[in-house]
Design a protein around this ligand. Sequence first.
Ligand code: 5AD
Ligand code: SF4
Length: 336
Amino acid sequence: MYARDKILAMLNSDPHEQEALFAKAQSVRNSVVGDGVYLRGLIEYSNVCRKNCLYCGIRQGNESVERYTLTREQVLEASQFAYENRYGSVVLQGGELTSHQHIATIESLVAEIKSMSNNELGITLSFGEQTLDTYQRWFAAGAHRYLLRVESSNKALFRSIHPNDKLHSYDDRLEALHNLRRAGFQLGTGVMIGLPGQTVENLADDLLFLRELDIDMCGMGPYVECANTPLANVKQSHDLRWRLEMSLKMIATLRIIMPDINIAATTALQAIDPQGRLRAIGAGANIVMPNVSPSEFRGSYALYNNKPLSIDSTINECSVRYAEWGDSPHFRKDSK
Ligand code: 5AD
Ligand code: SF4
């Protein structure tokens, strides 16, 4: 069991030591979960959101965003594309909404994607904080993984990047994470790296938090300023290069301390460096989420500046495990 000081030392690796850290993380990944990369076709269902996170481009208060919600047909078409191209799974993601209508729509979309694909496509959902009952309904409909980032496990930092109101509560976020587990989901969470005011110690504590929560999957990446958001106007603590390198060290360190989980090479890495996702795979990640949303809407799902729009070339450069769910062995171990 790696203690906090060991974790901090890994995160503080200098550029030379960093190569050894990445090599170690790769070898841990290869021996524990294999050297293959699993694909999740990402469907950005809707950019309508009731929240106002200070860092996010599609926050409710951003009036410069053209709002859209995909139709049932568009979602099924994107899923069909993923299925035909032998992606093992899709991720259905969107802003946080809690209306009965929304909950029922997601529920029926999940069921339809399952039946359209002969139950073969795995489904991950990412629709923010919901009640236990909603999570249970979506799980019963056929989704089996859920992504809900904690953004920062440090309560003060969490508060500093969210409005100070009831809708944006750290405690509610933690409760939602526990409810996801109770509902039966494989649990994915993660943090943003390089936030204003965030220290390397905070990031080490984030990794301890992920281990303590015993997650099955992680998606984390650099914070990237987004135009028209409040957080872009505050003084930044770390330049983009630092955030990218620190993100890679976070991925490598997480792989070393939680060898059997799934770790995504996230899109935000690529917003800083065209090689970002590939480098993440070189640092121990094993999941890539190519965007399969209809192309006319991709520009409207701009969470941060310079977000890549196209299906990336990353997948041409690694050994892809086609048509497999690629569940984390960590979850199977838990459920025995
Ligand atoms: N920079 C990086 N990641 C961001 N996200 C939202 N806004 C930004 C940003 N400016 C991430 C959050 C959220 C996920 C959907 O996108 O971590 O959970
Ligand atoms: Fe909504 Fe998620 Fe953006 Fe927050 S981060 S405003 S919950 S889409």
